[in-house]
Design a protein around this ligand. Structure first.
Ligand code: 5GP
Length: 138
């Protein structure tokens, strides 16, 4: 995987406001926060998208995410928050190193804005679930 701004942060070549670090995970404040306390959580493993991540890194992220969410809630005093994880440019990924955003939602204006256009699950559901289930167990 090519170098990204996050791999340079992990290597200590670029400074960050660190929130948490262990062998597999680094967490720091987003440089352009959508709300105060907007925090990024990244694996040290250089994976571009979540589906490329090893189970070891995924487990390490899963273990620590709730803890960092609790810290963000406690320190910002904001009970509402979103987790966002973008994969590929079409899905708004700008830095091609896996990362989770923890984004407090203090009010209507600040935090994550969402456009949510729900469809309706139709006749394709059974076949779709079967195909996904088969792919997951491969
Ligand atoms: P994405 O759109 O890829 O999900 O989000 C990338 C995030 O990384 C953005 O929210 C952006 O503000 C943040 N970011 C980009 N460059 C830097 C940087 O050098 N330092 C920090 N702390 N955050 C960055």
């Amino acid at each position: 995987m090519s170098e990204t701004i996050f791999s340079r942060i992990i290597a200590g070549q670029i400074p960050c406001h660190r929130v948490y670090e262990d062998v597999h995970v680094l967490s720091f404040l987003d440089i352009s926060p959508l709300a105060p306390g907007h925090t990024l959580v990244i694996p040290k493993e250089p994976a571009r998208t979540l589906d490329e991540l090893s189970e070891e890194s995924a487990a390490a992220l899963g273990r620590v995410l709730p803890r960092i969410c609790r810290a963000v809630k406690q320190v910002t005093g904001c009970a509402a928050y979103n987790l966002l994880q973008n994969n590929e440019a079409a899905a708004h990924q700008a830095v091609f190193h896996v990362h989770f955003h923890i984004i407090p939602k203090p009010d209507e204006v600040r935090g994550l804005g969402l456009r949510w256009n729900p469809g309706k699950l139709g006749n394709e559901a059974a076949e779709l679930a079967r195909a996904l289930s088969e792919a997951v167990s491969r």
